[in-house]
Design a protein. Structure first.
Length: 421
């Protein structure tokens, strides 16, 4: 026997029972996006590597060590998308739907990052993205927070906390950067290897370190928040006011910097204590400079990405179960004439909107009824020689103790519709 080939590490198969929970989450998310007037956009899984280097930032974890990058047959460097915002902005510039207008968009699908796989952290994972373009004020910041909050409510997800912060604008960061470098320079001996590298390239990123040994040092570092420019401070006040008015609870978390370079002003995360170490379910922020940085006209923008694996895990923890609608009837067929009639009957029932399974692959009555039971149907329809001759079906209720009954084939669909209603 040849050697069995397993899935790639960190890339999951989703089996039908779990998929059913995913579908519940996806259906709820779509309904919420639509309720706020967000329209779906779909972008490719592959982009030119440069797109991510230029948007996410060379010295972020994602670009420095997590990307699936390869050369295609013509020698171009391509990357499996690690996130969707860069692609959506690229598409917006390419198709001209960002400049001088407002856009509310959502997107969803798999993302790829070469991370160390563990619970809640995979190499192929899924996100829903929400992005809003052309609106500079804090009203839209609040809107996307409300949108997220409505989704948690709709799914009945408890225990998510909203953390918010402001990163100011690049100019106000410059002065802060100097102060931060001085602080970390004076504690060089406590910096890990990554942080030493970032001290030269992008010191702000040190604040995003996940290394537990660095947390005390980071907590005592000067805060970007204290260096906010006035317009950013006002924006942040406006954002908080809107949240207060909407009755959304939040904590201001001055260490929240987020893992991507393109953020300006508002950043936020929805976190939970219910998922262990991988605590962030959803994260986002404003990225007012990104469109320009990628070659478009200056366009304010804000968005978030929500991790579906983590959200689905919360929904499952709360007792969600598979609830996709399975078939309602199983047609058991005995004899070659009945087999042919069975196929036809099944098609007839499907025409009438009844979900029908027709036995395939032979088997005696007992084994066919076993399959019917396993399929979870309410009714088994028996078709044997006698039934085909008389143009009837024998109906057996598998879930209730009642007599079998014979129904003319011409009436079977209306009989079942009545019973299943
Ligand atoms: P983390 O700090 O957990 O690495 P991040 O800041 O890298 O997250 P984002 O790029 O902001 O994450 O992505 C938004 C969301 O996508 C995260 O909050 C998380 O729910 C989910 N996510 C990110 N990376 C992974 C992964 N490798 N596996 C599963 N979900 C992920
Ligand atoms: Mg990460």
């Amino acid at each position: 026997m040849s050697k069995f080939i397993q899935a790639v590490r960190g890339m999951n198969d989703l089996l039908p029972d779990v998929v059913s929970v995913w579908q519940q989450v996806e259906t709820a998310a779509r309904a919420v996006f639509e309720a706020y007037g967000y329209r779906e956009i779909r972008v490719p899984l592959l982009e030119k590597t440069e797109l991510f280097a230029r948007s996410i930032g060379e010295f972020t974890d994602i670009v420095a060590k997590e990307m699936y990058t390869f050369q295609d047959r013509s020698g171009d460097s391509l990357t499996l998308r690690p996130e969707a915002t860069a692609s959506i902005v690229r598409a917006g510039i390419e198709h001209g739907f960002l400049h001088n207008q407002t856009q509310r968009l959502w997107s969803g699908g798999p993302m790829f990052r070469y991370e160390r796989p563990q619970k809640g952290r995979y190499r192929q994972f899924h996100q829903f993205d929400v992005e809003a373009f052309g609106m500079p004020g804090p009203d839209i910041d609040a809107e996307i927070v409300l949108l997220g909050n409505r989704l948690w409510r709709m799914l009945d997800v408890q225990g998510l906390q909203l953390e918010i912060n402001s990163l100011g604008m690049p100019d106000s960061r410059a002065g802060y950067r100097k102060e931060l470098v001085e602080y970390f320079q004076s504690h060089r001996d406590q910096l890990d290897e990554d942080s030493l590298r970032r001290l030269k390239s992008n010191p702000l990123r040190i604040l995003d370190s996940k290394n537990p040994q660095m947390q005390k040092l980071i907590a005592d570092a000067p805060s970007l928040f204290d260096h906010l420019d006035e317009a950013s401070s006002e924006h942040f006040m406006g954002f908080k006011e809107q949240l207060d008015r909407a009755g959304i609870a939040y904590v201001v978390s001055k260490r929240l910097v987020r893992g991507l370079d393109y953020y300006t002003r508002t950043v936020f995360e929805w976190t939970t204590e219910r998922l262990g170490a991988q605590a962030t379910v959803c994260g986002g922020g404003r990225y007012d400079k990104l469109v320009e940085q990628l070659g478009g006209k200056p366009t304010p923008a804000i968005g978030f990405a929500l991790g579906l694996e983590r959200l689905v895990e919360m929904v499952i923890q709360q007792g969600a179960r598979a609830e996709a609608e399975g078939p309602s009837v199983y047609i058991a067929v005995l004899g070659s004439q009945a087999e042919r009639a069975g196929m036809k009957l099944a098609e007839h029932l499907r025409d009438k909107g009844i979900r029908a399974l027709c036995n395939c692959g032979g088997g005696n009555l007992k084994s066919q009824l076993r399959r019917a039971d396993k399929a979870g149907v309410r009714f088994a329809l028996l078709l044997g020689e006698e039934e085909t001759r008389q143009d009837i079906v024998t109906v057996k209720d598998l879930r209730q103790d009642s007599e079998q009954r014979q129904v003319p084939q011409a009436e079977i669909s209306s009989y079942l519709q009545q019973q299943l209603a």
